[in-house]
Design a protein around this ligand. Structure first.
Ligand SMILES: O=P(O)(O)OC[C@H]1O[C@](O)(CO)[C@@H](O)[C@@H]1O
Length: 449
């Protein structure tokens, strides 16, 4: 079977082949550092050989729990934020019918809704109202078990589930995915007797999609997690190759770092398939939290084309030349739709008659690539044979491995995120959280000035 493929040809007008080649020993060293666990953040390398270490028993346990939720719920709320929701959402949206939410419900196929990723009163009000007559369950996902956004949503949902469905049924349809020992989510799960899954200590949130964090919600959505893991396993092998030019993760890491050194400070991840929107959101957290530190790091951004060609296209074509693009291109769509011929041809579109819609999309893609490269935007292309679980698994592992290598090339710790604590500290101080008395005083004095 074919694999996903990286093409960097359209960056070579911007960076030299020689410069790129000089990365080969560095990339090799970074890969060795990852393998030996001798680099920064080496407590968090559990993702590196995760795909190949997933057992059939573990997958069966996840599938059995998913089945319980599917049988007993019309709606399942996945509560989590950041790495505790983006991976699941990325895969579920990529694999679901775009209009599933408008279609009549099939028994045993619950609607998946995400919560715990914002603090919007309107969002939570509207959600709790919607759930009032629904048989719903909750997957509460938090590695720390204390993240405010998620904990707040979970308290509301737990109470509503118990009130509506009774304590006994709630115990059946609430599942926790959290740390083995620490945190409030673990305490609650143990006390209430919820089925729970463990997030390994050595897997950080943004690298956790192939743990129960992602696999359980994905299985509840009826998506094949065996294939997802199989795809990731295949990439684990491919991305172990020491030859940089035969290892897409190594080549991607080297190319983007050289582009960064040459002044391209922003990477735009591009799709031409709206179903990949949340995949890009997952990628942004992966790279943003991993590399944006020590006053360094490529700023990861994303666009959905051709939609955003009509909004951001102008900036990309002619704005500041500090950007490069990485296009995730799906070669073959899952469905076929031909453009009809029209006798009157009032819209002048008969030149497209008989063509597949995807042919038009592909020409938009090619036309955009040429225009943007002409406009000074280097272009990388990751082609994906088709949008299925297997290739999504490949994409996930490819981007994770490249991120580890890339972070080490940049000489940062790609596995911590100390910066995200700053807003939390202020928020807790402003909300008078016990333990933050000093900070509360200081922040109030600052606001009075
Ligand atoms: O799973 P948790 O501990 O709730 O954390 C959710 C997210 O919050 C962060 O810790 C940032 O605060 C992310 O790194 C993480 O993915």
């Amino acid at each position: 079977m074919e694999n996903i493929n990286l093409n960097i040809e359209k960056t070579l007008d911007f960076i030299s082949k020689e410069k790129l080649a000089s990365y080969e020993p560095k990339v090799k060293a970074c890969m060795e550092t990852l393998e030996k666990g001798t680099g920064l953040g080496n407590d968090f390398l559990g993702w590196l050989h995760l795909p190949s270490s997933i057992t059939k028993e573990h997958l069966d346990d996840l599938k059995a729990t998913a089945q319980t939720l599917r049988e007993n719920c019309d709606v399942v709320i996945v509560a989590g934020i950041g790495g505790s929701y983006l991976g699941a959402r990325a895969v579920i949206e990529a694999m679901s019918n775009s209009f599933a939410w408008l279609q009549e419900k099939k028994a045993g196929q619950p609607t998946i809704i995400f919560a715990g990723h914002n603090i919007s009163e309107d969002y939570l009000f509207e959600l709790t109202e919607f759930l009032k007559d629904k048989k719903f369950g909750v997957i509460n996902i938090s590695k720390s078990g204390t993240t405010t956004e998620t904990a707040l949503a979970f308290r509301l949902l737990k109470k509503q589930c118990e009130d509506q469905r009774g304590k006994e049924m709630a115990r059946k349809v609430i599942v926790a995915v959290t740390d083995a020992k620490k945190g409030a989510a673990r305490t609650t799960a143990d006390k209430e007797g919820y089925k729970s899954f463990i997030i390994p200590d050595n897997v950080g949130g943004r690298f956790s999609v192939l743990t129960p964090v992602g696999l359980l919600p994905i299985a509840v959505a009826g998506i094949d997690i065996d294939q997802l893991v199989a795809g990731a396993c295949e990439m684990e092998k491919v991305c172990a190759n020491e030859n940089m030019y035969e290892n897409p993760a190594a080549l991607y890491a080297a190319t983007r770092n050289e582009l960064y050194q040459s002044g391209k400070k922003i990477e735009i991840l591009v799709n031409f398939q709206p179903k990949l929107h949340y995949f890009m959101e997952w990628w942004k957290q992966l790279y943003g939290e991993s590399e944006g530190k020590d006053l360094k790091g490529i700023y990861p951004s994303s666009v959905d084309f051709s939609t955003d060609l009509h909004s951001m296209g102008q900036w990309i074509q002619q704005g500041e030349r500090s950007i490069f693009e990485t296009v995730v291109s799906v070669e073959t769509p899952s469905h076929e739709l031909h453009f009809p011929s029209d006798e009157e041809n009032l819209d002048g579109l008969n030149f497209l008659a008989g063509k597949r819609i995807d042919e038009v999309n592909k020409m938009a893609e090619l036309g955009t690539q040429l225009a943007h490269v002409d406009g000074g935007v280097p272009n990388l292309r990751v082609s994906v044979p088709s949008l299925n679980e297997y290739y999504l698994g490949q994409l996930i592992y490819f981007f994770e491995k490249a991120c580890g290598i890339s972070g080490y090339l940049l000489e940062v710790n790609p596995f911590n995120q100390p910066g995200v604590e700053a807003y939390k500290k202020n928020m807790f101080a402003l909300l008078n959280k016990p333990g933050y008395e000093k900070e509360s005083e200081a922040i109030r004095a600052r606001l009075k000035k």
